[in-house]
Design a protein around this ligand. Structure first.
Ligand SMILES: *Cc1c(COP(=O)(O)O)cnc(C)c1O
Length: 231
């Protein structure tokens, strides 16, 4: 099968599943944004998927992203950073991405504030939650979220647009449902204390995006189910 046909079939399958998950949970399909998780995927594939209708892509590594974003500069793609961001990469990242989905540390916020001031920008971010409390993963401990947000609110160059998580991998996607439900609960709990820009819940990957939608996701981040296997 040629590449375009293969990617189109992947995309159509995803749209069908999104549709079903929306029907099942009484949501509107327009509420869901598909982000192509394009780490280790070629610019050629990104182009094709963009033409199919995916306007948002997420990258995990600043250096890898820089090359691709430059190569794809004529495409009006909305690039999000979804990896672990080191403070020494913030300066470069702010020139490449329109959203940082993985804010999880005060020192990272400090650096974003500093670099954003220099460029006279306000930076949209999501706060990453370590919903499975995994030692190997980034993200704010859910118990410390309120305290964390109070600190972040002091940085006037940072716009908190919502929350993001990457729960522990489960073979059976049903097992991730409690994590997504918990995210939604946290989201609803803090929403009254946030401004109207706070509305995104970024959760769900290839394996579990339908469950994430049923539990309230507004951005699903799909890699291999959309692009095929990473190289
Ligand atoms: C790689 C990645 C994804 C996509 O994972 P797939 O299993 O390929 O769908 C989503 N979110 C983050 C943060 C990732 O690093």
């Amino acid at each position: 099968m040629n590449l375009k046909t293969e990617l189109r079939e992947n995309y159509i399958k995803i749209l069908e599943n999104v549709q079903k998950a929306c029907e099942k949970s009484g949501r509107k399909i327009e509420e869901i944004k598909i982000l192509g998780a394009s780490k280790k995927q070629s610019p050629e594939k990104i182009k094709i998927i963009f033409e199919l209708g995916v306007k948002m892509f997420g990258e995990n590594y600043v250096q890898e992203a820089e090359k691709k974003i430059l190569e794809l500069k004529n495409f009006p793609i909305e690039w999000h950073f979804i990896g672990r961001l080191q403070t020494n990469k913030v300066k470069k990242a702010l020139g490449l991405f329109s959203m940082i989905q993985t804010l999880d540390r005060i020192n990272l916020a400090q650096e974003i504030q500093k670099q954003a001031e220099k460029r006279d920008l306000r930076i949209p971010v999501l706060i990453e939650i370590n919903i499975g409390k995994e030692l190997t993963k980034g993200g704010v401990d859910p118990e410390k979220l309120e305290e964390f947000i109070e600190e972040i609110k002091k940085f006037d160059r940072i716009k908190i647009k919502g929350l993001m998580c990457l729960p522990p991998y489960e073979e059976n996607p049903e097992k991730t449902r409690p994590y997504f439900a918990k995210m939604r609960e946290i989201f609803e709990k803090i929403k009254p204390y946030m401004d109207s820009e706070f509305r995104e819940l970024s959760m769900g990957t290839s394996n579990d995006y339908t469950i994430a939608i049923e539990e309230g996701a507004t951005i699903i981040r799909i890699g291999e189910a959309l692009f095929g296997k990473r190289i």
